[in-house]
Design a binder for this molecule. Structure first.
Ligand code: ATP
Length: 627
C-alpha cells in the first residue's frame, strides 16, 4: 500500500478523516471513541516506525506516552502555561529527550533482551510517577483540569471544547503526524531503517552506523508517544496515571500487530477495531468482566489468520478481487525510476562481461596516499577462540591493483582472516594496516567507510527489499557516510546515487531484475547481488568470501568473467575452493593451513608446491594434480 504516491495517500487520509465523523457513528462508534482512535493512531505511527520499519519491538512506549502527557498536563494545570500547543510541543520534546536517554541504554542489547529492558524501564517510570513524583503527577489521581485547546485566529477564537470540535483538532494533528511519518519512511534514513530491520549485520557491514539510526527511530517513536500522551490529556480534560501502565504498551503492540506493522496506517486500523470491540462487548453485549476474554480470543484468531494484519488482509482481498498478484510490501522511495518487475533472467555473457569492463566504476581514491604500493598489510595476525587457534601469526600484504586468491582446506582459518581484516572480529594479537592507517580492532562500519569491505560466504542480503533497494542501501553508505539525519530527504536525490546503483546493476548483470524482491531471485542471482552489495560501496579493497559457492559449473564460469570485470583497476582478495577457476582469476595465491600461511606465490608456483599438494588430500587434489 505504501508503494503508492504519498500525495495520494495523504489525499485518501484527508478524505477518510473528513468522512469518519459522519460514517462511523452509523456503525456504532461514539464521538469519544472516534477521538480516542486518533490519539492511539498517532501513538501507533511512531511505534510503527520503531517496530514495523526498524524491527525493534519495545514494550516500554507507555513511559514516553505518560511522560509527554504528564509534562503537557502539568504545564497547563499547575503553571498557568499560556499556550496549549506550546505545552504539547514541550511534552513532545521532553518525551524525545527521555527517549534518547532510554534508547542509549536499551539499544545496547538486541532482540528479546532489548524488549526486556524496555519493559523494565517502563516499570521504573510507572513507579516514579506514582511515588517520588506524585506531587507533580497527582499519583494515582492523575492531573485533572487540563483545558481544552483553543485557536486564536485574530478575529475570533475557536474553542475545541466538545467532542465534535475536538475531532477537528485531533484529525488535523493526525494528518500532520502521518505526513511527517510518510516523509521519514521514504527518506534515506527510512531506507536504512528497513535495512536494519532485515539484516542489521549487513547494514553495519556496508557502512551504516546502525546504533545511530536505531536511536533515531527510538527517539522519533518516543516523540510521537509523548505528543499522543499530551493529546490524551487534552481530550479527556484529565491526564490519567494509567498512561504509564504496561497495559498501555501491550495494547499498542497488539493494535499495531492486528492492523499491520510496517504500514503506518495499521495501528490506526488496529485501534479502530480494538476500541470498537471493547465498547461493543462492554456496553452493547454487557459481558461484564468476561469482555477481555472474548476480546483476547478474537485477537488471537485475527493474528493467526491475518499474518500481515488487517492491511495485509485488505491487500490480499483486493488482489483476489482484481486478479492481481500481491507485490512486495517494501516501500519504493519517491520517484524511484521504474523497471520491469519480473523480467526474464538474463544470462551472463562474455559480451556482458566486456561491457561491464567498460562501465566499471573507478574504485574510490585512497584515503591516505600510500608511501609504497602496499594497500593492506597484516602483521603477526592471530585469533584464538578459547583453545581453538583460528589464525596464528599471519603475515600478509597486498599491492594496489593486485588480484590475490586465498585457498586452504576447510577450517584453515580463511573466513576468520577476512573477518579480522574487515573489523567483524577483533584480533587476539597482531596488527592490520590499510592504506597507511592502523585499522586493528576498528569497527566493521568504520572499516567499510574507509573502503575495505567483503562479500559473505553465506548470502547476507536485505531479503524483504528489491534488488534496487538492496543496492541503494549499500550505495547510500558510500555517498552519505555512516550517519546522516536527512529525515525528510529523498534517497533518489542523493547526488550520484542513481549512477552508482545503475553501474552496479550493470556490473552484476541484474539490470532486468531491479524491482524483483530478493526472495524471488534465483540462487545465482542472489550470489551476484551479494557481490553487488560490496561493489556498490565502491571499495578500494574488495574481499570476496567464496563468491562461487553453490553455483552450477556454467554459472561459475560466467561469474568468474563478471569478477574479472569487477576487479578491473580494483584490488581484490578472493577465497574459493574452486581452484581451477580461482587460479584463472588471480595473479597470486596465499595458502592457509591450520590458521597459518603455508605458501605464497603465483598460481603456477602454488600448484607445483609440494607442501600445498600435501595439504590437499595428501598431494592428489584433482585441480593441482592435473597440472
Ligand atoms: P571453510 O573453508 O570451511 O569456510 P575456513 O578456512 O574459512 O573454513 P574458519 O571459518 O575461519 O575456516 O574457521 C577456522 C577455525 O576457527 C575452525 O576450527 C573454526 O571452527 C574456528 N572458529 C571460527 N569461528 C569461530 C567462532 N566464532 N568460535 C569458535 N571457533 C571458531
Amino acid at each position: 500500500m505504501l508503494k503508492r504516491s504519498p500525495f495520494l495517500l495523504l489525499l485518501v487520509t484527508a478524505a477518510g478523516l473528513f468522512a469518519a465523523p459522519f460514517v462511523l457513528p452509523f456503525l456504532g462508534f461514539t464521538p469519544t471513541t472516534i477521538n480516542r482512535i486518533l490519539v492511539w493512531g498517532i501513538f501507533g505511527i511512531g511505534f510503527d516506525i520503531l517496530f514495523g520499519f526498524t524491527g525493534l519491538l519495545s514494550f516500554g512506549q507507555s513511559a514516553f506516552f505518560g511522560t509527554g502527557g504528564m509534562v503537557a498536563a502539568y504545564l497547563l494545570t499547575v503553571t498557568d502555561f499560556p499556550s496549549v500547543i506550546a505545552a504539547l510541543g514541550i511534552g513532545t520534546l521532553v518525551a524525545g529527550i527521555v527517549g534518547f536517554l532510554v534508547g542509549m541504554i536499551a539499544l545496547r542489547r538486541t532482540g528479546i533482551y532489548f524488549a526486556m529492558i524496555t519493559v523494565a524501564i517502563a516499570e521504573v517510570f510507572f513507579f516514579v510517577e506514582f511515588n517520588p513524583l506524585s506531587a507533580y503527577t497527582g499519583g494515582e489521581n492523575g492531573l485533572p483540569g487540563v483545558p481544552a485547546p483553543t485557536l486564536y485566529l485574530g478575529f475570533t477564537t475557536i474553542h475545541f471544547d466538545s467532542d465534535t470540535r475536538l475531532y477537528g483538532f485531533l484529525a488535523f494533528w493526525f494528518f500532520i503526524a502521518m505526513a511527517i511519518a510518510l516523509r521519514i519512511v521514504r527518506s534515506p534514513v527510512g531506507a536504512v531503517l528497513r535495512a536494519i530491520r532485515d539484516n542489521p549485520l549487513r547494514a553495519a557491514a556496508v557502512g551504516h552506523n546502525i546504533h545511530g539510526y536505531k536511536l533515531t527511530a527510538f527517539v522519533v517513536a518516543a516523540a510521537y508517544a509523548g505528543f499522543a500522551g499530551g493529546l490524551l490529556g487534552l481530550m479527556q480534560g484529565f491526564m490519567p496515571p494509567d498512561a504509564f501502565t504496561f497495559d498501555t504498551s501491550g495494547q499498542l503492540v497488539m493494535q499495531t500487530a492486528i492492523g499491520g506493522a510496517g504500514t503506518l496506517f495499521g495501528p490506526l486500523l488496529g485501534a479502530t477495531l480494538w476500541l470498537y470491540l471493547s465498547d461493543f462487548l462492554q456496553t452493547t453485549l454487557h459481558l461484564g468482566a468476561t469482555w477481555k476474554l472474548v476480546l483476547g480470543v478474537i485477537f488471537v484468531l485475527l493474528v493467526c489468520f491475518l499474518r500481515r494484519g488487517l492491511i495485509g488482509g485488505i491487500e490480499d482481498l483486493y488482489a483476489l478481487l482484481t486478479g492481481t498478484r500481491r507485490k512486495a510490501v517494501a516501500i519504493t522511495p519517491v520517484a524511484a525510476p521504474s523497471s520491469p518487475i519480473a523480467a526474464e533472467r538474463k544470462p551472463v555473457t562474455a559480451e556482458h562481461a566486456r561491457k561491464a569492463v567498460i562501465t566499471a566504476m573507478a574504485p574510490r581514491p585512497p584515503a591516505n596516499e600510500p608511501k609504497n604500493e602496499v594497500v593492506l598489510e597484516a602483521m603477526a595476525l592471530t585469533k584464538r577462540y578459547g583453545g581453538v587457534i583460528a589464525n596464528s601469526g599471519i603475515d600478509f600484504s597486498v599491492k594496489r591493483g593486485e588480484r590475490r586468491g586465498i585457498i586452504g582446506p576447510n577450517g584453515a582459518g580463511k573466513t576468520t582472516f577476512f573477518r579480522m581484516l574487515t573489523g567483524e572480529v577483533k584480533p587476539t594479537s597482531g596488527s592490520i594496516i590499510f592504506e597507511g592507517r592502523d585499522i586493528t580492532g576498528m569497527a566493521v562500519t568504520d572499516v567499510s567507510q574507509l573502503g575495505l569491505t567483503k562479500s559473505y560466504q553465506i548470502n547476507q542480503l536485505f531479503n524483504r527489499l528489491t534488488v534496487r533497494e538492496n543496492l541503494t542501501i549499500a550505495a547510500l553508505a558510500y555517498l552519505r557516510g555512516k550517519f546522516r539525519l536527512d529525515l525528510f530527504g529523498n534517497p533518489y536525490q542523493v547526488e550520484g546515487l542513481d549512477e552508482q546503483v545503475e553501474k552496479t546493476l550493470e556490473l552484476i548483470n541484474l539490470t532486468t531484475r531491479v524491482d524483483t524482491p530478493v526472495s524471488q531471485l534465483a540462487y545465482g542471482e542472489k550470489r551476484r547481488l551479494e557481490v553487488g552489495l560490496t561493489v556498490a560501496t565502491n571499495p578500494s579493497l574488495l574481499l570476496l568470501d567464496e563468491p562461487l559457492a553453490g553455483m552450477s559449473p556454467a554459472e561459475r564460469i560466467e561469474t568468474v568473467a563478471l569478477l574479472k570485470s569487477i576487479g578491473h583497476g580494483r584490488t581484490m582478495i578472493i577465497i574459493d575452493h574452486d581452484m581451477d577457476l580461482l587460479f584463472e582469476l588471480v595473479e597470486s595465491v596465499t595458502v592457509l593451513q591450520e590458521g597459518s600461511v603455508l605458501a605464497n606465490g603465483t598460481p603456477d608456483e602454488v600448484k607445483r608446491n609440494a607442501k600445498v599438494q600435501e595439504a590437499y588430500l595428501g598431494g592428489v587434489h584433482e585441480g593441482l594434480a592435473a597440472e
